[in-house]
Design a protein around this ligand. Structure first.
Ligand code: FDA
Length: 307
């Protein structure tokens, strides 16, 4: 019940100002977004890769309002690639991007986002890694899939995300599984209307399994983006049935959530990639993490009251 309220707040400028200014917020934010700059994040990359984990890096930010901000987002990712080049970790550290941060919602936004993300994809390829396009709200997805297709012409490893809660996703999964794409399947983190998305958890979970089966049986590279223990074991079973070897799919989880499970899966010989966000524009990302688990919100509110 709280989830939709928090998701609505995630789009409110007033709430953004209020929550960002609260002194205690930073401590709670750090659990999910463990740094503001590339310098903060390099030791974390070294620590996690040292534990046998792989990473996908997200420079937080979304819904920008000017082309200059979109260019700044591109430059922030290019600066990250420069540092990754020094670390020489290749595809063990890839990047996730939100196209709304690259200008997708501005006038002429589709072309602008493509023009901004292309140099990041090229720079990533030059150091032996790749980029995955995150899925945002349903109104942005046709453009995201078209950009994904355009980028794959030169860089077929470019990945994208699909969301099990959307009715359209079963068809998207079939297309992407047939054309050999790298695809991260997640449940979905935005507030979506009943006309386009399942609203009940059990419906979303059932859809997740159906879609995962399509991905596992297809030609592409499935990335299982979930912390749900039931789905993790179903994924292992589906991979086995589809005859996939451990390097023919991977698990992905968010930094700060079920960290012991990241290590357990990696120790069992699975590819385990940790989605690690950093930067200063963390509000939207943070609010989605609160919405996913009401206990996070209770902890946050309690911390504010006891300060
Ligand atoms: P579920 O919500 O059922 O959680 C299962 C268990 O995991 C919970 O019982 C709890 O223990 C733990 N857990 C989950 N979320 C938690 C939280 N916030 N805090 C503490 N514990 C938590 N969404 C999207 O719309 N577009 C995208 O591009 C992405 N990208 C993405 C990348 C990766 C690597 C992951 C793992 C997830 C995303 N998501 C996403 C978010 C996704 O849609 C979804 O909201 C979350 O993963 C939560 O769903 P679960 O599958 O983990 O299941």
């Amino acid at each position: 019940m709280l989830g939709p309220v928090i998701l609505a707040a995630s789009r409110s400028d007033r709430m953004r100002r209020l929550i960002s200014a609260a002194p205690v917020t930073k401590q709670v934010v750090d659990r999910f977004i463990p740094g503001e700059t590339v310098d903060d994040i390099v030791p974390i990359i070294e620590e996690l890769t040292g534990h046998g984990l792989e990473l996908t890096m997200d420079v937080v930010g979304e819904d920008i309002t000017t082309p200059e901000q979109a260019a700044a987002a591109r430059d922030a990712y290019l600066a990250l690639v420069d540092r990754l080049k020094e670390l020489q970790l290749g595809e063990r550290v890839e990047m996730s991007v939100k196209l709304s941060m690259f200008g997708q919602a501005l006038e002429g936004g589709h072309e602008l986002a493509l023009a901004n993300v292309r140099p990041v994809v090229e720079a990533a390829a030059a150091i032996g890694t790749t980029v995955t396009l995150d899925a945002e709200d349903h109104t942005t997805l046709d453009s995201m899939f078209a950009i994904h297709e355009a980028l794959r012409e030169d860089h077929p490893q470019t990945g994208c995300v699909i969301q099990a809660y959307l009715f359209r996703t079963e068809a998207d999964a079939s297309r992407l599984a047939a054309n050999g794409s790298r695809v991260r399947l997640v449940k979905g983190a935005y507030k979506e209307p009943a006309e386009v998305a399942h609203q009940q958890k059990h419906e979303i979970d059932k859809a997740y399994v159906r879609i995962l089966k399509v991905l596992m049986e297809g030609e592409g590279y499935p990335m299982i983006g979930s912390h749900d223990p039931r789905l993790v074991s179903i994924a292992q079973e589906l991979a086995r049935k589809a005859g996939r070897k451990p390097d023919e799919y991977e698990f992905q989880m968010l930094y700060g959530i079920r960290g012991e499970e990241h290590l357990r899966l990696a120790a069992e010989g699975h590819r385990m990639r940790v989605y690690t966000a950093y930067g200063t524009d963390w509000y939207g990302y943070f609010m989605r993490r609160l919405a996913e688990k009401p206990a996070n919100l209770r902890f946050f509110v309690r911390s504010m009251l006891t300060k």
